[in-house]
Design a protein around this ligand. Structure first.
Ligand SMILES: NC(=O)c1ccc[n+]([C@@H]2O[C@H](COP(=O)([O-])OP(=O)(O)OC[C@H]3O[C@@H](n4cnc5c(N)ncnc54)[C@H](O)[C@@H]3O)[C@@H](O)[C@H]2O)c1
Ligand SMILES: [Zn+2]
Ligand SMILES: [Zn+2]
Length: 340
């Protein structure tokens, strides 16, 4: 079957891989839609692991039911791409994101477990959720990043009236801003280096204003919120962005680090010390949060389709990744249809 395989730094090859074999405890899914994630862009830039077939945000149809009674061939599904062990303390307390095995065999994030940039994949039965009729394939492929934002906002424990800064206006930043508003934040700003994306956050109604991440950043923050923001959700991961989160949060404030860096970063830790800042890491989501996002979509309480920029065929994978790392495009979520 056809796939888009990572073969080097910023380089994909459209090639063939073996069809997946039936595996105990897993169902076979024919992929209909796969999202490109900001985390995928990190792998793309460094070209490792070589041979990776990405795509951990997907929607598909069951083509072989591996033993779950409530699933039948043809059902539309999405799934958590993770591989928790199911029996450690983390798993038993509803926090699979803490399980030490969660990323070992994650779909689209490990070379032995191809993701949705191919046509058929094996998915663990216990990670699968059915997609209600009122949720489109594209929305279903966006449940995963939406759940990342929901998890971050749960950790931020936003209070009615909080002033919140979201750093980075990619999909993770945008859904985080959306949930911050829903939690009652009275002022939500996004900070960006890419002005086209910053503008979009305001146009799409998830942020009140944007603040450019330039040499006037600290001054602008001061003019908007005085001592600083109550909560900062950092959705980039690089040194500059994490440093901005520390300078923009108010003394005693709370930063949630969602952004990922593949290499160690440098931050002004003295400022965090002097201001008694709380910094919390945020990884993935719980199963409950994943399900909540499906319910919110089904009930039309959130609209994530406004973050979808385009759906492209598999042959456009390379161009789409190139566009997303350009730093100038206003595209947010690009979804790949691997069957086209
Ligand atoms: N913790 C988790 O569970 C989790 C899950 C998914 C994604 N992530 C990470 O979250 C981050 C965001 O994901 P995404 O899909 O939205 O990525 P993205 O690449 O689409 O968005 C990142 C945005 O940050 C902006 N940016 C870069 N430097 C900046 C700076 N100094 N100040 C302000 N903005 C800056 C970029 O212009 C870009 O628009 C990525 O690092 C991704 O790996 C983490
Ligand atoms: Zn992702
Ligand atoms: Zn476990």
């Amino acid at each position: 079957m056809k796939c888009a395989k990572l073969v080097g730094p910023k380089q994909f090859e459209i090639t063939e891989i073996k069809d997946p074999e039936k595996e105990a405890g897993k169902s076979l899914i024919e992929i209909t839609k796969t999202g490109i994630c900001g985390s995928d862009l990190h792998y793309f830039e460094i070209g490792e692991p070589s041979g990776l077939v990405m795509g951990h945000e997907f929607c598909g149809r069951i083509i072989f039911n591996g033993g779950r009674d409530d699933l039948k061939v043809g059902d539309r599904v999405t799934a958590l791409p993770i591989s928790p062990c199911g029996h450690c303390e983390a798993c038993l307390t509803g926090n699979p994101q803490y399980c030490l095995e969660t990323w070992n065999k994650a779909i689209g994030l490990s070379t032995d477990n191809p993701g949705g940039l191919t046509t058929k994949i094996n998915v663990r039965n216990d990670m699968i959720f059915k997609v209600p009729d009122s949720v489109s394939d594209e929305e279903a492929a966006m449940v995963e990043p939406t759940a990342v934002g929901l998890h971050a906002i749960h950790l931020a424990d936003i209070k009615v009236g909080d002033k919140v800064l979201v750093i980075g206006s990619g999909i993770i930043g945008l859904v985080s801003a959306m949930f911050a508003k829903m939690e009652g934040a009275s002022y939500v700003a996004v900070s960006e280096v890419n002005e086209a994306r910053a503008k979009k956050a305001v146009e799409l109604g998830v942020a009140d204003e944007y603040i450019l991440a330039n040499d006037k950043f600290n001054e602008t923050v001061q003019s908007k919120v005085g001592l600083g923001f109550d909560k900062v959700i950092e959705c980039c991961g690089n040194s500059a962005a994490v440093s901005s989160s520390i300078s923009a949060v108010k003394p005693g404030g709370h930063i949630i680090l969602v952004g990922v860096s593949m290499t160690p970063i440098t931050i002004p830790s003295i400022l965090a010390v002097m201001h008694e800042v709380t910094i919390t890491g945020a990884i993935a989501y719980t199963k409950e949060e994943f399900k909540t996002c499906i319910d919110l979509m089904a009930n039309k309480q959130i609209d994530v389709l406004k973050f979808l920029s385009k759906v492209v065929p598999l042959s456009e994978t390379q161009n789409s990744y190139d566009e997303l790392i350009s730093g100038t495009s206003d595209s947010i979520k690009i979804i790949v249809n691997p069957n086209k």
